[in-house]
Design a protein around this ligand. Structure first.
Ligand code: PGA
Length: 255
């Protein structure tokens, strides 16, 4: 019932020319894989070129961040309208690297999510615990606060457009993937939380992506979990073959 969504988070990788090259390798191969939503999230500087290259394809475009103001003296920031104009439908919000290195908090995540929704972008809101938090047994507590504060003030109609990405910080870029059981436990917890905050229907329709060293080799066991609805892929999204491997498995599992 929930369509898998596989999104590539390119992070600070690829020039415009490199983006075009990767997209050109993906487009023909993804054309027949219609049972899964495929999204790429290049850096800001490559968005327009990527947008042009995916035209007439079934690949969606997302940005990796945005600012909540419309315009003005905010040096270095990019607005929702700018992202829409560059061809984006999605925007990643509150990635753990933004929280860790660029001072993002649940409050900034909330402002950005509200603005993205108001502007007509589909936010991919990232949550996840650090290794220390997991080891201290506070994973659910941390996720609870991230979800409750990050989504504060978002109404039911808006919530239908939100995608949540669960990315345990200790699994990102480390080669250590959460086990399917570890991931499923948190995904189920998030869905339960959304049911409490919104409704059974909205929780049932919510897509929750897993992120953190996801690759073709572990995609099937992750996606086979009942509450895992796709992936937010970093490293493995930078090459056509490894990204396609994940997309093909998601498509096959939807058959
Ligand atoms: P990774 O990154 O796949 O390289 O672990 C995932 C992410 O940070 O979105």
């Amino acid at each position: 019932m929930r369509k898998y969504i596989i999104a590539g988070n390119w992070k600070m990788n690829k020039t415009g020319a490199e983006a075009i090259q990767l997209v050109n390798a993906l487009v023909p191969k993804v054309a027949s894989l219609k049972k899964v939503d495929v999204v790429i999230c290049p850096p800001f500087t490559a968005l327009s070129q990527a947008s042009e290259a995916i035209k007439n394809s079934n690949i969606g475009l997302g940005a990796q961040n945005m600012y909540w103001e419309d315009s003005g003296a905010f040096t270095g920031e990019v607005s929702a309208a700018m992202l829409l104009n560059a061809g984006c439908q999605y925007v990643i919000i509150g990635h753990s690297e933004r929280r860790q290195f660029f001072g993002e908090t649940n409050q900034t995540v909330n402002k950005k999510t509200q603005k993205a929704l108001a502007a007509g972008l589909l936010p991919i809101v990232c949550v996840g615990e650090t290794l220390q938090e997991r080891q201290s047994g506070v994973t659910e507590k941390v996720i609870n606060v991230q979800v409750v504060e990050g989504l504060a003030g978002i109404n039911s109609e808006e919530m239908k457009k939100v995608i949540i990405a669960y990315e345990p910080v200790w699994a990102i870029g480390t080669g250590v993937t959460a086990t399917p059981e570890q991931a499923e436990a948190v995904h189920a917890f998030i869905r339960g939380l959304i049911e409490k905050l919104y409704s059974k229907n909205i929780a049932a329709g919510l897509r929750i992506q897993y992120g953190g060293s996801m690759k073709a080799e572990n995609t099937e066991e992750l996606l086979n979990q009942p509450d895992i609805d796709g992936g937010l892929i970093g490293g493995a999204s930078l090459k056509a073959d490894s990204f396609l491997g994940i997309i093909e498995i998601a498509n096959k599992l939807s058959a």
